[in-house]
Design a protein around this ligand. Structure first.
Ligand code: GLN
Length: 195
C-alpha cells in the first residue's frame, strides 16, 4: 500500500485525501517537514498558490519537498502546479522549481474564470476525463523532458508529466472520477493497478 502525503497547508487537501482513501492508499496530511518521513509520494493541492508558497516557506518545507521530489513522485493540481513550476508569472515568492515548465496564473481570465470540459488523456483508459477548472493556470512552455498529456486548443497545456513529476491545471479531486489519482499511484516504478 502506498503512503501518500497531501500537503495540508491550505486548499482542497481533504478532497484529495478522501479519494486516496477510496483507492485504499494510506493518505497522510503534511504540515511539517517531519511529516514527510516514510511517505512514498506527495500531492500539492489546489488553493491559492501565493498562500501555499508563503506557508511552505514559513514551515521550512521548501528544501525538504525539493529533496523529496528528487526521488519520489509529486503531483501538483492547479495552485499545486504553479508552485511546482520552474517559472510562474506574477507569484510574489520563489516556486519549488521542480518541473521544467513556465506557468501562467489565472490564464483563462475573468470570463472563463471557472469552467468544465472533457479532456482526452491517452494515459487514462476509458472515456475522456471530465475536468473542472477554477481560476486555473496554464503551462505555456515546457522543456524537452516534459511529456504533454492534455492541452486545450488555442490556449495551452493542462496536464503534463516529467519523469515522476505530474502537473494538472484542473481539479481531479472534485469529480467522482478516480483515474487521475490511480495514474499518479503508478508513477515512480511502484505500480498499482489502473483499471
Ligand atoms: N488562481 C489560483 C492561484 O493562482 C489557483 C486556483 C486553484 O488552485 N483553483 O493560485
Amino acid at each position: 500500500m502506498s503512503i501518500v502525503g497531501v500537503l495540508a497547508l491550505q486548499g482542497d487537501f481533504a478532497e484529495h485525501a478522501a479519494i486516496l482513501r477510496r483507492l485504499d492508499a494510506d493518505a497522510r496530511e503534511i504540515r511539517l517537514p517531519s511529516d514527510l518521513e516514510g511517505v512514498d509520494r506527495l500531492i500539492i493541492p489546489g488553493g491559492e498558490s501565493t498562500t501555499i508558497a508563503r506557508l511552505m516557506e514559513m514551515y521550512g518545507l521548501v528544501e525538504p519537498i525539493r529533496a523529496f521530489a528528487a526521488y519520489r513522485p509529486v503531483w501538483g493540481t492547479c495552485a499545486g502546479m504553479i508552485v511546482m513550476a520552474r517559472r510562474a508569472t506574477d507569484l510574489d515568492r520563489e516556486t519549488l522549481g521542480l518541473m521544467d515548465v513556465s506557468v501562467v496564473r489565472n490564464a483563462f481570465g475573468r470570463q472563463l474564470d471557472s469552467f468544465e470540459t472533457d479532456l482526452e488523456i491517452e494515459e487514462l483508459p476509458g472515456p475522456p476525463l471530465h475536468a473542472v477548472f477554477i481560476r486555473a493556470p496554464l503551462i505555456k512552455d515546457a522543456g524537452p523532458a516534459v511529456k504533454v498529456m492534455a492541452r486545450i486548443d488555442g490556449k495551452g497545456i493542462v496536464a503534463a508529466r516529467e519523469g515522476h513529476l505530474l502537473a494538472t491545471a484542473f481539479h481531479p479531486e472534485l469529480t467522482g472520477d478516480t483515474r487521475m489519482h490511480q495514474y499518479f499511484l503508478t508513477l515512480g516504478g511502484e505500480v498499482s493497478s489502473v483499471k
